[in-house]
Design a protein around this ligand. Structure first.
Ligand code: COA
Length: 378
């Protein structure tokens, strides 16, 4: 690499930007660990709250630590009347990701410790965000449909309460477990675009609410979190397993992206897909509607055969959420409710050993020239 011809890694492909002890993405073995634990093992053995504790503290909690964590999270679920009033003013057709981004930004205006970027304050703020985000997501969603918000309940788990604030009731245990698993799988994934965004904001010395607001903005994009919604729209457009191959042909003819497939890091399969597929299949059984998962299977097999491209987590998560009864625009906000744990862990890590993130660009514009006074411009 010489000064005149710097190596440009567009999209920062393959660039190792820093060290991180939060998670390890291993494309060679299609595996992922959080703080050293395989994510599929965490899904089977732990609750989302245990995993959130793990991401923030480096170790799984004992019972007393988990009880204290749950108590604090449950006690912080209510959002202020002022925020509910702000949410009422949102346009009815506002995208739910724009709604939660704005709500989190507003929480930053209200939080008593917003400007305190010390680690203890950041941890307290992260807990408040984790607790309040589902309440705000659900309030925005319900108000957009002309329904009144439902108050959170402190006697429920994080996953149960999510259903409570969205639907006003908690479903069967296996539905809650499948949802909890999806939260664990979405919680953390290395230096993905939204996490890197949150770390970049943190590197300037800005506060947690700013970092999380920016992370939500990055996650909205269809190349990132927005793909789980796009997958369900695609499955509905296809309609049935028999139509999947011809639908795909049409996409190949136009060289179009097929949502829910491909990954920047995993090229031989996403570590999280088998677990999410297992629980999406369970949902199909519980609901008694296998058409979405059967269509998915045909699509995945054909994509592999024709393009050698594997599905990513969004591919099974989309139909799983649909089968749980969530409206499609809620899928990416659910990702936010979970990923706030990973983002916060990275914010804490970045701040603890910070250096301003500030890469270079190679100039490609016009050569330097003289300014002409306006009177002389044509
Ligand atoms: N559908 C069709 N073709 C795809 C594809 C998809 N979902 N994902 C990748 N490809 C193709 C690319 O077009 C490219 O083809 P080319 O070599 O003929 O140009 C090739 O596979 C290599 O892909 P690449 O562009 O190197 O992938 P990337 O690392 O830049 O992008 C994603 C990764 C995730 C952005 C990309 O796979 C994508 O857009 N997927 C769909 C959106 C999605 O599901 N996002 C969620 C990610 S978790």
């Amino acid at each position: 690499m010489s000064e005149s011809q710097p190596e440009i890694r567009k999209g920062l492909v393959g660039v190792v930007a820093d060290v991180s002890a939060v998670s390890k993405v291993m494309p060679e073995t299609n595996s992922l660990t959080y703080r050293g634990y395989a994510v599929q093992d965490l899904c089977e053995a732990c609750s989302f709250e245990e995993v959130a504790y793990l991401l923030w503290n480096g170790e799984l909690p004992n019972q007393a630590q988990l009880d204290a964590f749950r108590k604090e999270e449950a006690a912080n679920r209510a959002i202020s009347p002022a925020l509910i009033e702000v949410i009422r003013q949102f346009p009815k057709d506002a995208h739910p990701m724009d709604a939660i981004r704005t709500a989190v930004s507003f929480m930053g205006l209200e939080d008593p410790e917003t400007a305190d970027t010390s680690e203890p304050a950041t941890r307290r703020k992260a807990m408040r965000l984790l607790a309040k985000i589902p309440t705000a997501i659900a309030a925005a969603h319900r108000l957009s449909k002309g329904e009144e918000p439902v108050a959170p309940r402190s006697d429920l788990t994080f996953a149960e309460n999510f259903f409570q604030v969205v639907f006003g009731k908690v479903p069967a245990k296996e539905v809650v477990k499948s949802f909890d698993v999806s939260l664990i799988l979405y919680a953390e994934h290395g230096f993905n675009a939204s996490t890197f965004t949150a770390r970049t904001v943190t590197s300037t010395g800005a506060d947690l609410h700013g970092a999380i607001t920016a992370g939500i903005a990055a996650l909205k994009g269809p190349l990132h979190g927005g793909a789980n919604e796009a997958v369900m729209h695609m499955l509905k457009e296809i309609g049935s397993p028999e139509k999947a191959v011809s639908w795909l042909e049409g996409k190949f003819d136009h060289k179009a992206l097929v949502m829910g497939f491909g990954h920047r890091v995993y090229k031989n399969g996403d570590s999280r897909v088998p677990t999410m597929t297992k629980y999406a299949d369970k949902m199909a059984e519980v609901v008694g509607d296998k058409r979405w998962m059967e269509t998915s299977r045909v699509l995945a097999a054909e994509m592999l055969k024709r393009k050698n491209i594997h599905p990513n987590l969004d591919f099974p998560a989309g139909p799983a959420y649909y089968l749980m009864g969530f409206d499609i625009p809620l899928f990416t906000p659910i990702f936010v409710a979970s990923r706030v744990t990973g983002w916060s862990a990275h914010v804490i890590e970045q701040a603890a050993d910070n250096r301003l993130i500030r890469p270079l660009s190679q100039y490609s514009g016009v050569a330097q020239r003289a300014v002409t006074p306006i009177s002389a411009r044509g």
